[in-house]
Design a binder for this molecule. Structure first.
Ligand SMILES: *Cc1c(COP(=O)(O)O)cnc(C)c1O
Length: 420
């Protein structure tokens, strides 16, 4: 199937080509011409099978159509579980992948697709990260033949565990510590992409969250979890999604559009109010981001917002299908503590945003909260709130045995490409 730009439906490409390119040539984001259907009662024995059925229409006629099944089997080879903690309240655990955050789904799916393309020509992935994305991308592309990855992150602005996840690789993964902010990192990446000579010489490709290849599996797991919930309870769940750049949240709304048994989608943000403000006023105003305890969602101008406007041209329709709420740092801490007291399970600060939003807006209604990361990734915040230690999962412990390699650079592109 061809996909098109959010800005001009005549700017179109085959899906795989769009995944390789990242951004549409007019600066818009890629979306399918039609949203698809058939998730209203899609039966499958497991997530891989569900995913294959849900994504097949989008790969129809694509050069990778025949390989979709093997792509899914290699990329999404870790558990996903729907954990009922009350009769009709469940947590969708999205953190059982190699880097213990939901970003593994998108990054690994993308890596399988790009590595097929790298058989034709070598690719270089350039990615700026403020934390989780870079680690998931590094892990997903590690030792993929024909692909080199350069990760840029701001010095002193990522947690010790995150830094380990960015620098522990070697082989085809290079990490660059930039003397500047996350915005500086993003500026460098944009500068490289607007330099035709560099793009041509290195076949530069992006792996950031606007890539449609990252959204597809995220749409599928929201459909899958709502179907499981429906089969077990007979109810359409409300889906509560901790949100920053609206990647995961958009996936939920897309699954609903395709007919999955979803009641409302709740977009839960931290103290960054851009999305809740939009729901209140109907007019969109980007804000500067503020720092919070749920730092992977510290976003003031969500990169997927154009996709939300595209999916819902009518503000009234958007409000019929979804809600949004902002949760404060104080509420995050309280929620981590309360959940631990009640269920003896530590949750990460992002998941806490979702849990508190669910309680505030839905009371006793049926709901699924997306649990986006393992609590131990944010143990500096979680341990004091629950008053006890949490163990790192074995996959993360292994990271600490690897030697890290990192290049310290200023903010100039020359220093970066000197290392290639
Ligand atoms: C990236 C991230 C989010 C936010 O996801 P978006 O798709 O940007 O909305 C939430 N929680 C965790 C742990 C993340 O890494």
């Amino acid at each position: 199937m061809k996909v098109r730009s959010t800005r001009d439906i005549n700017v179109e490409m085959e899906l795989t080509d769009a995944i390789v390119q990242g951004l549409a040539s007019d600066g818009g984001l890629f979306l399918p011409h039609c949203w698809g259907e058939g998730l209203d009662n899609l039966k499958a024995d497991n997530f891989q099978e569900y995913c294959e059925k849900a994504l097949a229409p989008f790969f129809k006629g694509d050069e990778l159509e025949g390989e979709l099944s093997s792509i899914i089997k290699s990329a999404l080879n870790f558990p996903i579980s729907l954990n009922f903690f009350e009769k009709d309240h469940a947590l969708l655990e999205l953190y059982h992948g190699p880097t213990a955050a939901f970003k593994d789904f998108g990054a690994r799916f993308l890596a399988e697709i790009l590595s097929k393309k790298a058989l034709e020509k070598e690719l270089t992935i350039l990615v700026a990260t403020s934390g989780d994305t870079g680690g998931a991308v590094a892990s997903a592309f590690y030792k993929k033949p024909g692909i080199k990855v350069a990760i840029l992150y701001p010095k002193g602005a990522v947690s010790p565990l995150q830094e380990k996840q960015l620098t522990c690789w070697g082989e085809n993964i290079m990490s660059f510590r930039v003397e500047g902010s996350f915005d500086d990192c993003q500026k460098m990446v944009k500068e490289a992409f607007s330099n035709d000579a560099l793009c041509e010489k290195y076949n530069l490709t992006s792996a950031n969250s606007i890539n449609i290849g990252r959204l597809l599996p995220q749409m599928a797991y929201h459909g899958y979890s709502s179907q499981l919930f429906f089969e077990k309870t007979g109810l359409k769940a409300n889906l509560v999604i901790p949100t920053g750049n609206l990647g995961n949240g958009f996936g939920a709304l897309w699954a609903k559009k395709m007919g999955a048994p979803i009641n409302k989608v709740v977009l839960a943000t931290n103290e960054n109010q851009t999305i809740p403000n939009y729901y209140k006023t109907g007019s969109y105003l980007a804000l500067s981001s503020v720092t919070t305890l749920a730092n992977a969602m510290d976003v003031g101008d969500p990169s997927n917002i154009e996709r939300l406007f595209d999916l819902y041209p009518s503000f009234e329709e958007l409000k019929k299908d979804s809600l949004s709420i902002s949760i404060s740092d104080r509420e995050i801490k309280e929620e981590i503590e309360e959940v631990f007291k009640k269920y003896s399970s530590p949750i990460c600060p992002h998941t806490a945003v979702g849990m508190r939003a669910a309680k505030t807006l839905l009371e006793d209604g049926p709901y699924i909260v997306s649990s986006t990361a393992h609590a131990s990734k944010f143990k500096e915040i979680v341990e004091p709130a629950i008053g006890s230690k949490i163990m790192l999962p074995p996959k993360l412990l292994e990271l600490f045995e690897k030697e890290g390699v990192v290049f310290d650079i200023g903010t100039s592109l020359e220093a970066l490409f000197q290392e290639f």
